[in-house]
Write a protein that binds this ligand. Structure first.
Ligand code: SF4
Length: 102
């Protein structure tokens, strides 16, 4: 009888302990999830004071660059797929280092 009473009295403590552990684990998972979502946003642009309109970039990568007819310089036409090999080639080919990807 005494054992049964002790078990009944300790039941709320056991439930509270499980609840405490569950809340802590949930919060740690949330923190881990938040920390793992790191969005790195890069921005592709032309530095107009460096560009001389040679056209290498838009011949190599017409997805990201085109000729701005009003200025005679290159212009960025897409911010998508900034890891493409064509974009890397265009950046490497621009000897004036007029392409910024930050
Ligand atoms: S390759 Fe460089 S200098 Fe030539 S048009 Fe493109 S950004 Fe301008």
């Amino acid at each position: 009888m005494k054992t049964k009473t002790i078990l009944l009295l300790s039941l709320p403590l056991v439930i509270a302990l499980f609840y405490y552990v569950y809340i802590n684990v949930s919060q740690k998972n949330l923190l881990t999830t938040d920390q793992s979502i790191t969005i790195q946003t890069k921005y592709l642009s032309i530095i107009p004071t460096r560009c001389r309109g040679c056209g290498k970039c838009f011949r190599v990568d017409p997805i990201h660059f085109s000729l701005d007819a009003s200025t005679g310089l290159a212009k960025v036409i897409s911010q998508e797929n900034l890891d493409s090999s064509d974009l890397k080639n265009a950046i490497a080919l621009c000897h004036d280092q007029a392409i910024s990807l930050k």
